[in-house]
Design a protein. Structure first.
Length: 292
């Protein structure tokens, strides 16, 4: 059941990618979709965690602030990276966000990868690299200074996007002093509520100061798709993360996300099926099959 829910969560995340692409047709920045999502995320998780407010912990507020602001910052840095270099490495960096949480779980929580899961992890990385090779764009960074800056940005993107995953895994195994359950069990919905609050604050302030708001049909359609898919995906994450090893949820959902986005983009967005596209699909399927 955990594997099925992980695959479904990944499929929903892949749907978010389609929502971002639709928004891009109307010159809508991803952080605008994030701001749109944050409104509904705050309300929904705030209501789901109605009974959790009486057990509110300091970690819930501060953790939510860190998770939300780093998610916003990761998306914002991605825009900067695309001005300095091609899309492929930047896309690859943010897609590898599941690696730190697997390493954290292996080094600090004692979770071990099975023989087959090592192959699953390998094929997931191959799928990401293959998908990244299917796109290009941006300016080339020829100077040493430019390359160092671009490399630093890629590392920063990976770190920022990864913090939420590591934080959720930490909350799933940590029991506060005097608590009757883990942080995620006690305040899981409120952690996501505060995460969305700070995603919204960062994104909205950015868009307002830069006068980058776009109000058109693509903004509404894209934002709606991102909102529904992301919220459902995070709800599934709250269910599965406390019950399964990190490699099961994060690697499996990531492979499913790549597979879903690849299939939907060709069937509905009319993107070309290149050699890299076929490799992406094959590697994603292998990653799902071997993750057992």
């Amino acid at each position: 059941m955990n594997a099925i829910l992980s695959i479904l969560a990944g499929a929903l995340t892949g749907g978010c990618g389609i929502g971002y692409k639709i928004g891009g047709m109307g010159n809508v920045y991803p952080i605008q979709a994030a701001a749109f999502l944050s409104v509904f995320g705050t309300v929904i998780f705030g209501l789901l965690g109605w009974n959790e407010w009486q057990n509110l912990t300091l970690f819930t507020v501060l953790g939510g602030a860190v998770f939300g602001l780093t998610q916003y910052l990761g998306i914002r840095l991605l825009r900067v990276a695309l001005k300095l270099g091609p899309l492929s490495p930047a896309w690859c960096a943010q897609s590898l966000n599941f690696i730190p949480v697997i390493l954290y779980s292996r080094l600090f929580l004692g979770e071990k990868l099975s023989f087959w899961q090592n192959f699953a992890l390998f094929f997931t990385i191959c799928a990401i690299l293959a998908a990244a090779c299917n796109t290009s764009g941006g300016k080339k960074t020829e100077s040493l200074k430019g390359r160092l800056l671009y490399g630093g940005l890629l590392i920063a993107i990976l770190v920022c996007i990864s913090i939420l995953n590591v934080g959720l895994k930490y909350a799933a195994v940590t029991i506060p002093a005097g608590g009757n359950g883990t942080l995620l069990a006690i305040n899981g919905n409120l952690i996501m509520c505060f995460t969305y609050i700070f995603i919204g604050l960062g994104s909205s302030l950015d868009l307002t100061l830069s006068h980058s708001w776009q109000i058109n049909k693509y903004a509404w359609i894209g934002g709606g798709i991102v909102t529904v898919c992301a919220l459902c995906s995070f709800i599934l994450a709250l269910i599965v993360v406390p019950r399964a090893p990190a490699v099961v949820f994060f690697a499996l959902s990531n492979a499913s996300s790549i597979l879903t986005a690849g299939l939907l983009s060709t069937f509905f967005m009319k993107e070309k099926r290149t050699f890299s596209w076929y490799l992406t699909i094959i590697f994603s399927l292998l990653a799902i099959v071997f993750n057992r």
